[in-house]
Design a protein around this ligand. Structure first.
Ligand code: PGA
Length: 259
């Protein structure tokens, strides 16, 4: 199964940066087409169209939006609609990243609206879940993550998870250099996978859960070899193309070892 590797640029990058980044990434991709990795790059939305033109037929490299609005069209200044993403050929979007939950007061209700809207418009949501430091210390991680999923099932339908990728991102690990340990990540991922599996009466089997939070070259090997971690959501470390390619190479080598 392909590992999904997302580079989340957040509020970084400019045209010069993009030119350099994609020159190297396209070159890497030319020689590594069969690396069994789904590469997703999430630049600021304003650059998606430009980059789409740069990557042209490089099918292995996909683009992902960092966010969408909960509305499709109308008087919503400053927002981006999933129809607009579809219009320019973008097939994925992050939803509910903890920075949006915190800085833009996005709650479970708003997040659910966005998931529904994305799916209706053929955009695959990458739903971010995760607990804060207080809940982690109080051993409430499982409960918090489960509740984020449970809300969606309760207010909508379990079938919504047929077409969602989940990213487990403990808030206390994002941008802090403090990565969650393997045991903890596995515990959450396995629990959430089983939870959805059971709730769907064993209909939804292939739930994909990525990990995100302070990934770098030193800690990636341990993480990527875990069978219940289906990929990575990388912020800061993905900003240098040299580093991002190092990560892709490690995953590629690991895939080859498994053959
Ligand atoms: P980080 O960010 O890798 O810089 O910790 C991850 C994320 O927010 O997705």
């Amino acid at each position: 199964m392909k590992k999904i590797i997302i580079a989340n640029w957040k509020l970084n990058g400019n045209l010069k940066f993009i030119k350099k980044y994609f020159k190297k990434l396209i070159k890497y991709n030319k020689y590594n087409k069969n690396n069994k990795i789904l590469i997703l790059i999430a630049p600021p939305i304003i650059y998606l169209y430009k980059i789409k033109k740069i990557i042209k037929k490089n099918k292995n490299i996909n683009l992902i939006s960092q966010n969408i609005d909960k509305n499709l069209i109308g008087p919503y200044t400053g927002e981006t609609s999933p129809i607009m993403l579809q219009d320019i050929g973008i097939k994925y979007t992050l939803i509910g990243h903890s920075e949006r939950r915190k800085n833009h007061k996005e709650n479970n209700k708003i997040i659910l609206k966005k998931i529904i809207l994305a799916q209706k418009n053929k955009i695959i949501p990458i739903l971010c879940i995760g607990e804060n430091i207080k809940d982690y210390k109080n051993k409430k991680s499982l409960k918090i993550c489960k509740n984020q999923i449970k809300y969606i099932i309760k207010k909508n339908n379990i079938n919504i998870f047929k077409n969602i990728i989940i990213a487990y991102e403990p808030i206390w690990a994002i941008g802090t250099g403090q990565i969650a340990n393997i045991k903890h990540i596995n515990k959450i991922n396995i629990y959430i996978k089983n939870y959805i599996y059971k709730k769907s009466k064993k209909n939804i089997k292939n739930i994909k859960i990525l990990y995100g939070g302070s990934i770098n070259i030193k800690n990636i090997k341990k993480i990527i070899t875990q069978k219940n971690i289906d990929g990575l959501l990388i912020g800061n470390y993905s900003l240098k193309i040299k580093n991002f390619i190092k990560i892709l190479n490690i995953i590629k080598n690991n895939n080859e070892k498994k053959k």
